[in-house]
Write a protein of this length. Structure first.
Length: 228
């Protein structure tokens, strides 16, 4: 495992993909997904210039945050996995961004505990653009109803959208899903609701992040390509 070399190569690929479509490379944030590695590898990535990290399970995120090497003011933690409502209380004030808001039940719990802790919880809408039954996420057809339901929430702020592309699809199909998410983000931004601001489009992982950058991603979530 050569984390420094891997990060350098990923940054180069992000830069080239951005420049191909006239984007600024600095507008894309690389989030290192740490679910398969320990704190040693996370700290190594931090030393190589990565300061955004993501976990898909609350327990592992909290454990990593306790490592004294990772208690840094410039480290941001993201939760990218399915968030159970009974885990909200322990995580809502521990992350910079929740990528997986996909139900009104979950939004209600986040709003409740964020209010108790006197914070604004920043979240991304997880949208199942591919329609895969095995994936979590809002159906594109249900987005407007969902937004109407959370419009009165004072402690949840929607900062953007997120999706996961199917693993075994062609590049052309993956590109179409990413393009659809980008367009959905534009549509949502037109709602002009007080707690919605489309700052981020989170899409693309180790196998498809270059396509995601070309299609407008501002956050790419990369695990295997960094930690292998």
């Amino acid at each position: 495992m050569n984390i420094e070399k891997n990060i350098y190569e990923i940054k180069e690929k992000v830069t080239r993909a951005a420049l191909r479509v006239g984007r600024k490379p600095e507008d894309i944030t690389i989030v290192a997904v740490t679910k398969t590695v320990g704190c040693d590898e996370v700290f190594e990535a931090y030393k190589c210039g990565i300061n955004n990290f993501a976990e898909n399970r609350v327990q592992f995120l909290l454990e990593k945050q306790e490592d004294e090497r990772l208690i840094k003011p410039d480290i941001n933690w993201h939760l990218i996995g399915h968030l159970q409502t009974n885990k909200v209380k322990s995580i809502v004030d521990k992350v910079s961004l929740i990528h997986s808001l996909e139900s009104i039940k979950l939004a209600t719990e986040i709003n409740k505990y964020a209010e108790q802790k006197n914070i604004i919880s920043k979240c991304l809408l997880e949208i199942n653009v591919s329609g895969e039954e095995s994936k979590f996420g809002l159906s594109p057809d249900n987005i407007n109803l969902f937004l109407d339901q959370i419009s009165g929430f004072s402690n949840v702020k929607i900062e953007g959208v997120m999706t996961m592309a199917p693993r075994d699809e062609s590049s052309e199909m993956i590109r179409s899903y990413f393009r659809k998410l980008y367009n959905l983000g534009i549509d949502i931004s037109k709602r002009e609701m007080h707690n919605i601001h489309m700052s981020y489009i989170s899409m693309g992982m180790s196998g498809d992040f270059e396509i995601a950058v070309e299609e407008g991603a501002s956050i790419v979530r990369i695990g295997t390509a960094i930690f292998h």
